[in-house]
Design a protein around this ligand. Structure first.
Ligand code: HEM
Length: 482
């Protein structure tokens, strides 16, 4: 023992004692910081009340109250009236804080966006693809967003007007003399526009199968997430797998053409392929499918509402027709629309804005608090869902007087910041909004200058699937103007 001790050089002793003191110092710091954090959390929790409202029954919360009415907005409006612009509730086993003031929406979506992460049910994430832009935060999200914006910003889409016009004319011709379901037809148009802006005009051989797989995926999207042979969900997951393969095949064929000398493509797939730190094929597929999902039903719902509101407001329709006929007259025989023409469609643009406000097809969005957050003296606990209620803001009489009235002239003056958010706000706001507006303007130009339509009678009301939609997709009879 003595020998061993005496043979030890002093250096290890010094190191050992230095190491021991360092460890004990670190431990004490760690204990202090843990208790400081715990103290802060419990302090925050102890100090602050939850927002007003009710969490309903144990386990089921207020889920029945929300779903007992066909229109969820009735529930939100009643709650807001009773508790004010921030209130708590408990839906589908999730405690939630709902917010309906522009300031609170800005806090959650813009100023403190890092404290609130996007959140979706796991089955939806699996179906769309876990690496899709919607579910991301941080550097990967910024990278994806840059690539998506590159393909859909005005400079990138201004040369697409002729292609969109071709798709619009083709769609409208196919409705001539028929009774159509407006929403279904608008879905087909918006799908074709989305595919064009994702894959360009050259990948036609893949498009039919891609569409079929997407339809199967769509059917399973809102089904029970039971992945067992025979179920809708299972079929949808298989279709999702096949969609991934189709995107991989298109990528392989493009890479081959690249090796043979083709330089680049000015569509979304081209933008994804151009990324220096290459995205994997799976990442590209998840985001392509995600963009189709984000682009199609949203735009189709808004177009369906525009058709409805124009039909119900003859004065507004007349003003739109005059504006669009003015553009026709300013052009040579057979000359198509261009980007500059769409900038002259001021009245039609206001009609689209007012439609986005009144219909508010996305009534709200979801976030989840990543830590305990204090807002206006209330606690938003970590893990709780936070829902900015866009529709309540768009229908606030303090912001938009006589809010139920369809009145495009209110957009002669730009709305105040953070009061008009049909495309969301902040880092997750819609990167496709310019394309959506452009494809709507192009279709409305041809619709209003060449066609007339009438709704099929008594049906009125709203359905949610999941976007707000005129009842039964607005059946109309559609004919050429004589
Ligand atoms: C009128 C039609 C549209 C409406 C009303 C709409 C609305 C929205 C809204 C409100 C968000 C934000 C959701 C949130 O914050 O949680 C969003 C995100 C998104 N939209 Fe749109 N959208 C439309 C059309 C499109 C189109 C045509 C595209 C693509 C071409 C598109 C692609 C996306 C993508 C990729 C996101 C996710 C962005 C991110 O997470 O960073 N949308 N959209």
């Amino acid at each position: 023992m003595t020998t061993t001790t005496s043979t030890l050089s002093p250096l290890p002793h010094i190191l050992l004692s230095f190491f021991t003191s360092l460890v004990s110092l670190l431990c004490s710091l760690l204990v202090k910081s843990i208790s400081a954090v715990r103290g802060a959390v419990s302090d925050c929790r102890r100090r602050l009340p939850l927002p007003p409202g009710s969490l309903g029954w144990p386990y089921i919360g207020e889920t029945f109250q929300l779903y007992s009415n066909k229109n969820p907005n009735v529930f939100f409006a009643q709650k807001q009236k009773r508790y004010g612009s921030i209130f708590k509730t408990h839906i589908l086993r999730c405690p939630c804080v709902m917010i309906s003031s522009p300031e609170a929406a800005k806090f959650v979506l813009v100023t403190k966006a890092q404290l609130f992460k996007p959140t979706f049910p796991a089955s939806k994430e699996r179906m769309l693809g876990r690496q899709a832009i919607f579910f991301q935060q941080g550097d990967y999200h910024s990278r994806l967003r840059k690539l998506v914006l590159r393909a859909f910003m005005p400079d990138a889409i201004r040369n697409h007007v002729a292609h969109l016009e071709f798709l619009a004319i083709h769609a409208l011709c196919s409705w001539e003399g028929r009774m159509i379901n407006t929403y279904q037809e608008m879905k087909t148009y918006a799908f074709n526009v989305a595919l064009l802006s994702i894959f360009g005009k050259d990948e036609l051989s893949y498009i039919d199968e891609l569409k079929q797989c997407y339809y199967t995926l769509e059917k399973g999207y809102n089904s029970m997430p039971i992945n067992f042979p025979g179920t809708q969900f299972h079929k949808a997951m298989k279709a999702r797998q096949r969609l991934g393969q189709i995107v991989a095949d298109i990528l392989a064929s493009r890479r081959q053409r690249q090796r043979e000398g083709q330089q680049s493509w000015d569509d979304l797939l081209g933008s994804f392929m151009s990324e220096k730190e290459a995205l994997t094929d799976d990442q590209i597929a998840d985001n392509i499918i995600g963009v189709i999902f984000a682009a199609r039903d949203t735009t189709a719902s808004v177009l369906t509402w525009v058709v409805k509101y124009l039909g119900e407001n003859p004065g507004v329709l007349k003003a739109v027709i005059e504006e669009q006929e003015g553009i026709v007259k300013s052009k040579g025989e057979g000359e198509g629309l261009n980007w500059a023409d769409t900038k002259k469609m001021v009245m039609t643009t206001r009609v689209i804005q007012e439609t986005l406000r009144v219909a508010s097809i996305l009534s709200f969005t979801f976030r989840e608090a990543v830590e305990d957050v204090e807002y206006e003296g209330y606690l938003i606990p970590k893990g709780w869902k936070v829902l900015p209620l866009f529709r309540n803001i768009h229908h606030s009489p303090d912001i938009f007087p006589d809010p139920e009235k369809f009145d495009p002239s209110r957009f002669e003056v730009a709305p105040k910041p953070n009061t008009f958010m049909p495309f969301g706000n902040g880092i997750h706001s819609c990167p496709g909004n310019e394309l959506a507006k452009l494809e709507m303007l192009v279709l409305l130009h041809h619709l209003t200058t060449k066609y007339r339509w009438s709704t099929s009678g008594s049906e009125s009301g709203i359905q949610f699937g999941p976007f707000a939609l005129p009842l039964n997709g607005l059946p109309i009879t559609f004919s050429l103007k004589t």
